[in-house]
Write a protein that binds this ligand. Structure first.
Ligand code: CP
Ligand code: NVA
Length: 309
């Protein structure tokens, strides 16, 4: 059976821990300028139905650095954009490449694609989940705080794909997560139910609240994301009005652990979900480390899925 990476829920804690270890090894080898080409001859297909800076660059440059290659596929250029079915697109593209990443809208699109693909598929963001980002973020936390065990993460703003992915990460790994959103913008209900079941086994503590101060209290990691995600442009005004109390600003960080780190998947909107003083505070903000770590976390995921070490 072909292995895919569509959701962190499908991984075990041990698999996540091992992926992070491999990510660190890959990072070290690349930084040392070692001749390391485990992906020689491997071609990644990259389908983007939404824009991207970090995801495209980290996948494409990462593949090339490890001896492989990548092909960028925009729906404007392939027949998918003119109505060829997801199922046929999956069957055809699998005949040319060794592994595929997709950024798309409804999560069911990537599930259908994966069902028909004969090569591994990686979720590079759907409306529901963004697992690659959270893997890179866990790597960043490990580097900055030493360990993931025992950390307290607080997420503020919209209950979106990032919030949902953090909920699965906490549930599988077993750390404490507080998610502060307006009641009308809570995370996905199915994700919450699945996560609460996983949490019984992992010991994760997952707290959902509409009180940002409660979430920030003693937190080691303060995380936020845009208030209106890609594809929600029409809801921007309504969401912005609701989200204002959830801005990560100088007032809110007073409640956190004094050595807190500030995280954001980027792109950021200074003055909206985060105050410029907070995201640009080099003592606490690790947002560009997160962006860099995308490369290593994704390369580890690719090597794992195709069995190349
Ligand atoms: N964080 C992230 O996925 O960024 P891009 O949208 O630029 O890929
Ligand atoms: N929630 C954001 C994440 C961007 C990386 C979006 O989906 O637009």
């Amino acid at each position: 059976m072909v292995k895919h990476c569509l959701s962190l829920k499908d991984l075990t804690k041990e698999e996540i821990v091992n992926l992070l270890k491999l990510s660190q090894q890959i990072k070290q080898k690349i930084k040392n300028g070692e001749n390391y080409e485990p992906l020689k001859g491997v071609i990644l297909g990259m389908i983007f139905e939404k824009p991207s800076t970090r995801t495209r660059l980290s996948f494409e440059t990462g593949m090339k650095r490890l001896g492989g290659d990548a092909v960028f596929l925009s729906p404007r250029d392939i027949q998918l954009g003119r109505g060829e079915s997801i199922e046929d697109t999956a069957r055809v593209i699998s005949r040319y490449v060794d592994i595929i990443m997709i950024r798309t809208f409804e999560h069911s699109r990537i599930e259908r694609f994966a069902q028909y693909s004969t090569v591994p598929v990686i979720n590079a963001l759907t409306d529901l989940l963004h697992p690659c980002q959270v893997l890179a973020d866990l790597l960043t936390i490990k580097e900055k705080l030493g360990d993931i065990e025992g950390i307290k993460v607080a997420f503020f703003g919209d209950g979106n794909n990032m919030a949902n992915s953090w909920i699965y990460a906490a549930a599988v790994v077993g750390f404490e997560l507080r998610v502060a959103t307006p009641v009308d913008c809570a995370p996905n209900g199915v994700v919450i139910n699945n996560a609460l079941k996983l949490a019984q086994k992992s010991g994760a503590k997952i707290i959902l609240t509409d009180d940002p101060k409660e979430a920030a209290e003693g937190a080691d990691v303060l995380y936020t994301d845009v208030w209106a995600s890609m594809g929600q442009e029409d809801q921007k005004e309504k969401k912005h009005a609701l989200m204002r109390p959830y801005q990560v600003n100088r007032e809110l960080v007073k409640y956190a652990n004094k050595d807190y780190i500030f995280m954001h998947c980027l792109p950021a909107h200074r003055g909206e979900e985060v105050e410029a003083e907070i995201i640009d505070d080099e003592k606490h903000s690790v947002v560009f480390d997160e962006a860099e770590n995308r490369t290593y976390a994704q390369l580890a995921t690719i090597m794992n899925l195709i069995g190349r070490f």
